[in-house]
Design a protein around this ligand. Structure first.
Ligand SMILES: NC(=O)c1ccc[n+]([C@@H]2O[C@H](COP(=O)([O-])OP(=O)(O)OC[C@H]3O[C@@H](n4cnc5c(N)ncnc54)[C@H](O)[C@@H]3O)[C@@H](O)[C@H]2O)c1
Ligand SMILES: O=C(O)[C@H](O)COP(=O)(O)O
Length: 595
């Protein structure tokens, strides 16, 4: 056995405090286990437990039905029109924030929250107003309400398309100004014209369906859409060039991302059919607005109908807004009574779920794991976190944890196990005991990468029944010394292995020793020379000092040879008791581990 460290009796450390943040993961040089940790009484992958009633800041107007749901669960602060400074001040007192498109949730907001903000709910689809990287780095979940306003947005797109084609807004203003200009406002027909839907997602698809109903020929461009889904509703997917060069009308429905920012620019307008008409209910930023003014002035584009702008509200003297061939609305795509009620309920449910620690189906910056998978994996998620926490406590102080290998053994096929949750929880188990950062499913990979912790995963496919998602999980930490030499495996890594038994996580292997202890409370691991009387001695020592033993098992190589005794205890033994255990005859090393 390649024991990197076989210290006979371990010294008790003086300070149980958390170490300061360090770029290297260095476990505390203590056998008292990690410092006090958040108690989690229930399974939750986001571990966003809040013991008192949470506070939700609603920063933009939200439908009553959603507000009612929130008020049943949390203290709700509806504060609209906050300045960026006011938002940053308020946010440190809030567990959740709900916004629409009018609030910029910047890095400063996450920094100002000082870790309290657990979830940002975007009551709508577009999340371009939320700094997702900053949210992820701060372990803050971002959820949106992606479906409830689809129809409203599509209907608004069609409303703008038809209003533009028949000059409704301009003619309305003219009549109200006392004029009667029937010749000036002759429109164009839609029937048999070609509409290019740019972005064939939820809204784009609904616009396409409705435009087909108006007798239009609909083509679409979307690099990520499935051609057969488009074909099923009579829409042909084409290239960007073909879409913009053949269309009489173009309707924009892609999200604003670095890749789509200003994708409608001078170059794109130049390729369009002269006299084309454009509708934008997506985001102002996908269009280069100055280039659009030039294209309108030159007649390449004869009309535009815009619901969204790069800057909202746009400047009062905006050439684009004031252009006579432009019809505008103040970002009204989602603003129907029905959509706002739906969005409010959708976001309230997602935010409440996230505050309860559940994984939201509409998470934007965390893996979406189906509810049934989460429920099936629940005991293994707890096991994963505990194994990570145990493994890191076995590392000798001063060793940097850089390389962790996780092995999942299962009778299921390799593609039939979603390990993202498990990996995140192992990362949480490893990092939280030795640093002051908070790790959850949202930021686990980011934090691991930031700290130079490399986690590799391996699958072992076992024979047998695939009824259980997993048989065991093994966590190995490479290139470190251990404060409990027996935890070092035959290949020199610290190794712990666990299984779920009767729905409870159990530690079943330490180094090369088979053990069996339920992962509850705390654990004492002792290596001894197998001989009669040791178990009794240690048991009485604990009992005499009011420490309840909940579990005990001994794994040995052979009779009279070395054995590892695992003792599960409900209370933390005093230093004196631990010292006496260490001094017990035949005990060669021991370690106290807190779960
Ligand atoms: N005006 C409003 O009030 C309002 C209301 C709802 C949605 N929106 C906007 O509309 C956008 C679309 O909403 P959705 O619900 O349909 O979202 P969605 O995610 O269902 O659809 C977006 C589609 O855009 C496609 N896409 C991405 N990059 C593209 C590119 N470079 N070229 C072409 N297509 C690309 C995606 O593949 C996806 O199919 C949202 O991001 C939001 O910004 C505005
Ligand atoms: O992305 C969206 O959902 C729409 O742009 C709606 O935005 P709003 O919630 O500000 O109306």
């Amino acid at each position: 056995m390649a024991a990197a460290s076989s210290t006979k009796k371990l010294m008790l450390a003086a300070s149980p405090n958390k170490p300061r943040l360090s770029s290297k993961l260095v476990p505390p040089a203590t056998i008292r286990g990690p410092p006090r940790r958040r108690k989690t009484k229930r399974f939750a992958v986001l571990a966003t437990f809040i013991t008192s009633k949470p506070t939700v800041l609603v920063a933009e107007k939200l439908g009553e039905a959603g507000l009612d749901l929130l008020k049943n669960f949390a203290n709700v602060d509806c504060s609209y029109n906050l300045s960026p400074e006011e938002l940053c001040t308020k946010i440190s007192l809030c567990d959740a924030l709900i916004v629409r498109s009018g609030t910029k949730v910047t890095r400063e907001v996450f920094e100002s929250s000082a870790g309290r903000l657990k979830v940002v709910g975007r009551a709508g689809v577009g999340i371009d107003n939320v700094d997702l990287s900053a949210a992820t780095e701060h372990g803050c979940l971002v959820v949106n309400a992606p479906t409830a306003n689809t129809i409203a947005a599509a209907e608004h797109g069609i409303a703008l398309l038809t209003a533009m084609a028949r000059n409704i807004a301009q003619a309305d203003a003219s009549v109200k100004a006392g004029k009667w200009q029937r010749n000036k406002y002759v429109g164009v027909s839609l029937v048999c014209k070609t509409l290019a839907v740019m972005g064939f997602g939820k809204v784009g698809t609904e616009v396409a369906r409705r435009a087909k109903g108006l007798g239009m020929n609909v083509i679409a461009h979307d690099p990520y859409a499935q051609a057969d889904r488009a074909r099923a509703i009579g829409v042909e997917l084409v290239s960007f060039e073909e879409a913009i060069s053949t269309a009489d009308f173009i309707s924009l429905h892609m999200p604003l991302t670095p890749a789509t920012s200003k994708m409608f620019n001078d170059e794109a307008f130049f390729k369009m059919k002269k006299g084309v008409r454009i509708v934008n209910v997506a985001r102002g930023g996908v269009v280069d607005e100055e280039a659009l003014v030039r294209a309108l002035d030159s007649g390449i584009i004869s009309q535009a109908a815009l619901d969204v702008f790069t800057e909202e509200p746009p400047a009062k003297d905006s050439k684009l807004v004031l252009h006579e061939n432009v019809t505008v609305t103040p970002h009204l795509g989602a603003s129907t009574t029905e959509a706002q009620e739906g969005v409010a309920i959708e976001i309230a449910e997602a935010v409440i779920g996230a505050l309860k620690g559940e994984l939201a189906a509409t998470a934007v910056n965390a893996p979406m794991v189906p509810a049934e998978v989460i429920s099936e994996l629940a005991p293994f998620v707890t096991l994963a976190e505990k194994l990570g926490g145990l493994a890191v406590q076995l590392v000798a102080g001063g060793s940097g944890v850089k390389s962790v290998k996780v092995t999942y053994a299962s009778a299921r096929g390799p593609d039939d196990l979603d390990t993202r949750l498990l990996r995140a929880m192992i990362t949480k188990g490893i990092i939280e005991p030795i640093s002051s950062v908070f790790v959850n499913l949202v930021n686990a990979d980011f934090i691991a990468k930031q700290r130079g912790l490399r986690i590799t995963e391996e699958r072992i496919v076992l024979d047998g029944s695939p009824e259980n998602p997993l048989e065991f999980i093994q966590v190995q930490i490479a290139n470190v010394e251990s404060k409990f030499g027996s935890a070092i495996s035959d290949i020199g890594d610290i190794r712990v292995e666990g299984r779920v038994k009767d729905g409870k996580p159990h530690l079943t292997k330490v180094g090369s020793f088979g053990v069996d202890v339920s992962l509850e409370g705390s654990i004492i691991l002792c290596r001894q020379v197998d001989q009669p009387g040791i178990i009794g001695k240690v048991g009485s020592l604990l009992g005499d000092n009011n420490v309840n033993v909940n579990f005990m098992s001994v794994g040995r190589i052979a009779p009279q040879k070395q054995a590892v005794m695992t003792i599960g205890v409900d209370e933390e033994p005093s230093r004196e008791v631990l010292k006496k255990i260490g001094e017990t005859h035949a005990i060669e090393e021991f370690v106290f581990l807190k779960l």
